[in-house]
Design a protein around this ligand. Structure first.
Ligand SMILES: Nc1ncnc2c1ncn2[C@@H]1O[C@H](COP(=O)(O)OP(=O)(O)OP(=O)(O)O)[C@@H](O)[C@H]1O
Ligand SMILES: [Mg+2]
Length: 190
């Protein structure tokens, strides 16, 4: 099996008005390509913040422990995710929506409110693949269809707030899968 991800000694504290809150305390795990792993724990135990750490999506009050190490092994070589956090390497797009996609617990977090679902899907494909606008549009509509959204070409033109909750979740799954990520993180609250 080919190694895809190493999370080593991940520790994360949040700076709050009440002081530091430890959300992740020395967590390590690894994933091989094609492997499926489930992370289980009670509400508030740190599943979402662990998932967000891998994509560096925690807010700016997050302080990572000095020994925290996240390595993503891609075809072009390993990526030191924490070095991206420290600004040593500039391009976050490699991990966000490129090698890694995340299906968020809150679907509204995935979509910008003022850009249509379709334009966001097309934009993401144009950043991460060499598709032109026409190809990206066709694939996006096909993906919306594949996740069970009826009349996908009309839904493509709508905004996230115009969709039902379930449809938003489906659209988010369609968008997350369209770039063929190496790692798909599916975050659920239950
Ligand atoms: N930005 C933040 N600032 C301060 N504390 C935070 C922040 N984000 C998360 N936390 C805290 O970190 C802890 C872990 O939260 P997390 O969202 O990872 O839980 P979870 O395991 O995903 O729970 P659920 O199953 O309910 O989704 C919680 O105590 C939460 O209150
Ligand atoms: Mg959660």
């Amino acid at each position: 099996m080919t190694r895809l991800l190493d999370v080593e000694n991940l520790t994360l504290q949040f700076k709050t008005d009440e002081g530091l809150i430890t959300a992740i305390d020395d967590v390590s795990f690894s994933l091989d390509a094609g492997e499926v792993m489930g992370l289980v724990g009670e509400s508030g135990s740190g599943k979402s913040v662990t998932a967000k750490s891998i994509m560096l999506l925690n807010p700016s009050n997050a302080v990572y422990g000095p020994d925290s190490k996240i390595t993503l092994h891609l075809d072009d070589g390993p990526i030191d995710v924490m070095a991206l956090a420290k600004g040593k390497t500039k391009d976050m797009r490699v991990i966000r929506g490129g090698a890694i996609s995340m299906i968020f617990q809150e679907p509204m977090a995935s979509f910008a409110p003022a850009i249509s679902i379709g334009n966001q899907m097309v934009e993401q494909l144009q950043i991460h693949t060499d598709m032109n606008a026409k190809q990206a549009t066709e694939l996006s509509i096909e993906m919306l269809d594949r996740v069970g959204i009826s009349d996908p070409s009309s839904r493509f033109k709508q905004y996230a707030f115009e969709l039902s909750g379930g449809m938003r979740q489906r659209a988010m799954i369609a968008m997350a899968l369209s770039t063929k990520p190496k790692l798909l993180i599916a975050d659920a609250g239950y």
